[in-house]
Design a protein around this ligand. Structure first.
Ligand code: HEM
Length: 511
């Protein structure tokens, strides 16, 4: 009996010491890893393995950005587990990073291997020459000529959306803005990217909608695999393979197989006359082949391979759904709480458009609408923070940016900085008159990023949002209701802005 007790104790002691030695090796490795970057920019004190992660979780990402900027200035170093970064909110320095030093900062900072195939082939994630090639092929698909061809589909979805608002006005029920606006952007992206007609606005159980929402509803940090990947980035490829990464496997699989079916159909000539992104990417592939034939070049490196086409299609869908729906949701919330702005807007719609259907040209004449949208994007930027990473160590304005250390910029923090916008918590569309913008720093508005790696879908998003707004505001008046939260509380901790509670408003029929 006592012999058994003794050996159990020995095993326990062995496990205890082995664990302690393992921890010690991990801490030494971690500290050597940190030292290897030769970081010279000061920042909050870091603890081994976690860096500043615990502080960020405790106070929230935005609060800790504010505190750190106050203490260390507009350039400071910070670390979340195995992600080492320099946070920059100095606009002149950011401009040098985005534009003058673009060749060294063309890539985004991310955890290597955390994106499953084919998302790792999307232009959002690609690096170096692969990014340059794919972005070059994709750029013409967002030209004004191509966008004009998509207007009838966007109008069709806008009319359906406005009808639902009218129905809610008739039944005097409140509107869950994100649900309806998300249905609209989903229908637009399903049609303009995939050539599929969905009715997500009226049918939230459509697999396109439910699987897309799953991508955005998954709380990344609730997933053990994501936490492990942040703490130990080398584990990320394994976590992704095990399905424990950020992207839900079933959503990715659904979109891959659906897109493959569509591509097969198009190659057989079914529906190939459509103007959607898939067709434009397939055409781009053929044009490139033709070009190579004419020039006698056999290079296939210029074209998109199947993985890349699937990657862009999946990204269009992710990028096109949530961001624009978020913009519309906050815009309509602003309408409810600022009736004077809504009044001025409807006057502009009446005087500029009358009863005309919105199109690519006439929506550009709605100058006040443009200002209100920009102020909504300033106040509530859909993407809160973004990044770059230098391919080589470089010194700019006396700051050393080591290779492998990311550069973080907080869009929300810059948009709410009293040095760049007076009374930043006040909603003032006049900040975006052409005269006011001429006097402002060009980088004080970063909702779509800046420089050659900015948002490729900006024009599509703005056209889509404007058309939806015209249809809605012509049909109904947005008013506050008992469920409208004033002031609105938003979660600023992730990379996407989120209201804590669904945003709800009332609607009344227009005369
Ligand atoms: C209101 C709506 C939108 C907002 C606020 C938004 C915002 C952004 C931001 C901040 C970036 C990063 C820019 C940077 O790093 O400097 C980005 C990149 C990107 N966005 Fe958007 N976006 C929106 C809509 C769209 C739409 C509708 C699409 C396409 C269907 C799209 C496609 C992309 C792509 C492909 C990139 C990566 C570009 C690259 O790395 O070359 N976005 N977006």
């Amino acid at each position: 009996m006592s012999m058994g007790c003794c050996s159990l104790w020995t095993i326990f002691t062995w496990i205890f010491w082995s664990f302690l030695i393992f921890l010690l090796i991990l801490v030494i490795y971690d500290q050597l890893w940190c030292l290897s970057f030769g970081m010279t920019i000061p920042g909050p004190r870091q603890i081994p393995i976690f860096g500043n992660l615990i502080e960020v979780i405790r106070s929230g990402a935005y609060e800790s950005e504010l505190q750190n900027t106050k203490k260390y200035g507009r350039v400071y170093s910070v670390r979340a587990g195995g992600i080492y970064a320099i946070n920059v909110s100095d606009l002149d320095l950011l401009k040098k990073i985005f534009v003058k030093n673009f060749n060294n900062f063309s890539d985004r900072h991310g955890i290597e291997g955390s994106e499953p195939w084919p998302m790792n082939k999307s232009v959002l994630v690609l690096k170096g020459s692969d990014w340059t090639r794919v972005r070059k092929i994709m750029t013409p698909t967002f030209s004004s000529g191509k966008l004009k061809l998509m207007i009838p589909e966007i109008n069709r979805c806008g009319v359906v959306l406005a009808k639902i608002f009218q129905k809610n006005a008739q039944s005097k029920s409140s509107v869950d803005l994100k649900q309806l606006c998300g249905g609209f952007t989903m229908d637009v992206i399903a049609s303009t990217a995939f050539g599929i007609q969905t009715n997500s606005i009226e049918n939230p159980d459509d697999p396109f909608v439910s699987l897309a929402q799953k991508v955005f509803c998954s709380d990344a940090f609730a997933k053990s695999g994501v936490v492990l990947s942040v703490l130990f980035p080398r584990l990320a490829p394994l976590m992704t393979k095990l399905g424990l990464g950020y992207w839900p496997n079933d959503s990715v699989q659904f979109f891959v197989s659906r897109t493959k079916e569509i591509i097969e159909d198009r190659k057989k000539g079914i529906n190939s006359g459509r103007v959607d992104f898939i067709q434009l990417l397939l055409d781009a592939e053929e044009e490139m082949q033709e070009e190579n034939k004419e020039s006698g070049s056999h290079s296939s490196s210029k074209r998109l391979d199947m993985g890349e086409i699937l990657g862009q299609a999946f990204l269009f869908f992710i990028a096109g759904y949530d961001t624009t729906a978020t913009l519309l949701t906050f815009f309509l919330y602003v309408m409810a709480v600022h009736p004077e702005i809504q009044e001025k807007l409807t006057e502009e719609l009446d005087s500029v458009l009358g009863k005309e259907e919105p199109n690519y040209d006439n929506i550009h004449e709605l100058k006040y609408l443009e200002q209100v949208i920009s102020e909504t994007l300033r106040m509530y930027p859909p993407l809160l923070r973004m990044s770059r990473i230098p391919s080589e160590t470089v010194i700019i304005d006396g700051y050393k940016f080591p290779k492998g250390v990311g550069v973080l910029y907080s869009i929300y923090q810059i948009h709410h900085d009293p040095e760049y916008y007076h009374d930043p918590e006040e909603f003032m569309p006049d900040r975006f008159t052409p005269e006011a913008r001429a006097n402002a720093h060009p980088l004080s508005f970063l909702s779509f990023g800046y420089g050659p790696r900015n948002c490729i879908g900006m024009r599509l998003a703005l056209v889509e949002a404007k058309i939806a707004i015209v249809h809605i505001l012509r049909s109904v008046k947005i008013v506050p209701c008992l469920e409208t939260e004033i002031p609105l509380k938003v979660n600023l901790n992730g990379s996407i802005i989120r209201p804590f509670k669904p945003i709800k408003v009332g609607v009344e029929l227009r005369q």
